[in-house]
Ligand binder design. Structure first.
Ligand SMILES: [Fe+2]
Length: 215
């Protein structure tokens, strides 16, 4: 009963050069992301089996695995679409009203003081992850503001209800073949491939989901 599937990349393996080389993209998508998809599906099957047998001895491990693999699948699915070729249209720079993403630009300024301050916070949060993790720009529906989260693994240190709109993968598998131990260089280079059209689309969708949490 597989319900999660590996999405196709929205570009070819070489599209993000020179920021991310094709070997990294191929391994990252075809092996790492695929493993999270399989892990999520396998865990759901194991939970079904546990329910059928009322065998709850492994419940803690199964719930942890579900959160880990499902969050890994979701974050990677966003990650691929958050990026665009630095040589083509839409990759890099900063969100501008002239490009039709003025609302996102205004929300960033309102939430962080300026684009430069936001960029500094997300860069630092991503580059200083301990072990494996992510830097995430998320929409927080109670306050209606954008926040930066430093996520442990794929699922820890997250404010409940917040919706990711821009994610930087800071796991070693995302950069080590090209950047070695220079994680901060990789994160700084990531700004050249941010697809602001995609981030804006996610921001608009997140804002529209506010009624989900109203009290
Ligand atoms: Fe990853």
């Amino acid at each position: 009963m597989a319900i999660y599937t590996l999405p196709e990349l929205p570009y070819d393996y070489a599209a993000l050069e020179p920021v991310i080389n094709p070997q990294i993209i191929e391994l990252h998508h075809d092996k790492h992301h695929a493993a999270y998809v399989k892990g999520a599906n396998d865990t759901l099957e194991q939970l079904e089996e546990a329910r059928d047998k009322e065998a709850w001895g492994t419940i803690n491990g199964l719930e942890k695995n579900l959160a880990f693999h499902l969050s890994g699948h979701i974050l990677h699915s966003i990650y691929w679409n958050n990026m665009a070729s630095p040589k083509g249209e839409g990759g890099g720079g900063e969100p501008l009203a002239a490009d039709g993403v003025g609302e996102l630009a205004d929300a960033i300024t309102e939430s962080f003081g300026s684009f430069a301050k936001f960029k500094s916070q997300l860069t630092k949060a991503s580059a200083t992850t301990q072990g494996s993790g992510w830097g995430v720009l998320a929409y927080e529906p109670i306050s209606g503001r954008l926040i930066v989260e430093q996520v442990y693994d794929h699922q820890g240190n997250v404010g409940q209800g917040s919706i990711p709109v821009l994610v930087f993968d800071a796991w070693e598998h995302a950069f080590y073949l090209q950047y070695k131990n220079q994680k901060v260089d990789f994160i700084e280079a990531m700004w050249q491939v941010v697809n602001w059209q995609d981030v804006n689309k996610r921001y608009q969708a997140a804002k529209a989901s506010i009624p989900l949490i109203s009290f």
